[in-house]
Design a protein around this ligand. Sequence first.
Ligand code: ZN
Length: 97
Amino acid sequence: MELPQIDWENPPLDPPEQVAQPLMWRLAARLLHDHVTAAGSWPLARCRVCELVWPCPARRYAERGLLAACRHPVAGRGAAAFTDWFLAADEPPGGGW
Ligand SMILES: [Zn+2]
């Protein structure tokens, strides 16, 4: 998997050219840009939208979604293992991408 050379702290809403799953990118990028730290939430940073401790679950899903969007979809058992990882908080199956 080749990752686009972008600012990952501020990813573009439109997917870079080499993104394999553009819709997933768009959804994840919107989510990521929405779930940012609320102004004045110091010393415990909280999310502007859901008010949970930051990074909130939505933010973390968004970060994973951006990475997953760069990966070509797979079929079969590999797809099931990837889905399990994506929905859990573990490391990717098979030791990497
Ligand atoms: Zn949030």
